[in-house]
Design a protein around this ligand. Sequence first.
Ligand code: KG4
Ligand code: ZN
Length: 348
Amino acid sequence: MDMKITSANPPVRVLGIESSCDETAAAVIENGRSLLSNVVASQIDLHVKYGGVFPEVASRQHIKTIYAIIDQALQQAHMTLADMDAIAVTRGPGLAGSLVVGMNTAKGLALASSLPLIGVNHLEGHIYSSWVYPADVESIPLAPQFPLMALLVSGGHTELNLITGHLTYKRLGATLDDAAGEAFDKVARLLGLPYPGGPSVQNAAAEGNPQAFLFPRARLEGTWDFSFSGLKTAVMRVVRQFEEKHQPLPVADLAASFQAAVVDVLFSKTIKAAQAFKAKEIVVAGGVSANKGLREAFLAQKDFTVHIPPLYLCTDNAAMIAAAGFFRFSAGQQDALDLDVLPTWPLS
Ligand code: KG4
Ligand code: ZN
């Protein structure tokens, strides 16, 4: 598969559309990497009173905003649909009702403009966020080098993948129970911290002692799997003990100790896997890659070049969908207009 883009070729532009969960997003990417525009409308304010994403509310909100978001993304790129070469949209995994809104919008636009439609896996999108750089960057960063070890950590997924070339994944292991982001969200609830849990726990942890509580680390030696439910239960037990004694919860220390345990396991296992499979570099992707503790752990080591996207590309966005869509388009993918969403679609 030859994917070399030289400046002699006319630029290939992809409009990306993402609506798999509680972010409505659109973006324009040139040649799979150069970000011309990126618009994300978060629904956090709507869901905060439910303590999590309310699926029906999410799909309705996507319907209300998606056209305006796409319009804005095209305008910010100073372009129209006529300047695009393809439309990439998240096909899954995600909430069915939310995915359908993005999918149907993309189909309508593809039909009206005769542009190719490309269904993209949301997890593949997260991985490709490491290829993206702002169009006005001074020097173009090197693209990640294969073979790559990818740690994918989001609200619904935690897995290690060996990426041997573009769009080629071998899943080595995954969580046996909760995803890392899910563990952050559940522990936030236990500690009385607001949704979304990841950023809340991170903020609380900043004031706490990560050694205050020695929470268990499920190493699962001999596998590349993860497990976070034991850790969550351990936090719950400590919370109960404080409640039974009518003592105030040491929220900051609990948050810091929990975060340290998650970071420890994610970091050490990824480095070990990168060494075992002789990876050249590492990619860390998905919402939890926004975590300060996790980023610091990877950036502090010197054995591997680690690609972690800037914060605005860690959580859900459409730039990553457009980027992955470009590589799929370059590989010849073009989907039919009866393409259906896949709410539980695995990466590999
Ligand atoms: O990738 P993402 O935006 O959506 C999914 O595809 O799931 O990831 C959302 C997850 C949530 O569980 C959220 O709590 C977590 O990422 N997250 C974080 C941080 N920011 C978002 N977890 C830890 N620390 C953060 N700073
Ligand atoms: Zn995501």
